[in-house]
Design a binder for this molecule. Structure first.
Ligand SMILES: [Zn+2]
Length: 152
């Protein structure tokens, strides 16, 4: 599966890529040189809207977007790298990119809001930033968005 590193201006795209299960690093601040060496070292494809960066000579692979529309960016990427076959929505932490793990409700019950505890039984959590995920309203909105990106 191709791995990505998004430049500082593509935070929204990075979040959605993680949501779809694609390995994507993102930093709010990173120097272009660091971005390039990280991409080369970890064999990641740089995602950017920065034409100057795109035109620099380097060993790193790079994908340049003309559009600022996140949905269109996603569709372009999926098409360019055949990402549909790696599609694994909600398998990765959208905050830190770590693959999520299934967790028993009883182990996290004391951390859940009352309503969530009442209505949900399936939970995943991020072993790095310790966030708990469940399939609530937020999940449904995200799912609708993903369906509009990848029509089934
Ligand atoms: Zn995390």
């Amino acid at each position: 599966m191709p791995a990505f590193v998004a430049d500082c201006h593509l935070g929204k795209l990075a979040k959605y890529l993680r949501l779809m299960g694609y390995d994507t690093l993102y930093f709010t601040h990173i120097d272009d040189n660091d971005l390039i060496s990280l991409a080369s070292a970890q064999n990641r494809i740089i995602l950017t809207r920065d034409r100057e960066l795109a035109e620099r000579r380097s060993n790193a692979r790079l994908y340049f977007f003309d559009t600022i529309d996140t949905k269109q960016q996603l569709q372009e990427l999926i098409h360019a790298f055949h990402l549909e076959k790696y599609h694994a929505p909600f398998s990765r932490c959208i905050v830190c990119n770590t693959p999520l793990q299934i967790v028993e409700k009883e182990n996290i019950a004391d951390r859940l809001p009352e309503k969530v505890k009442e209505h949900f039984s399936y939970f995943e959590y991020c072993p790095v930033c310790d966030r708990v995920y469940w399939h609530g309203d937020h999940y449904r909105h995200m799912l609708e968005f993903l369906r509009s990106v990848i029509p089934r």
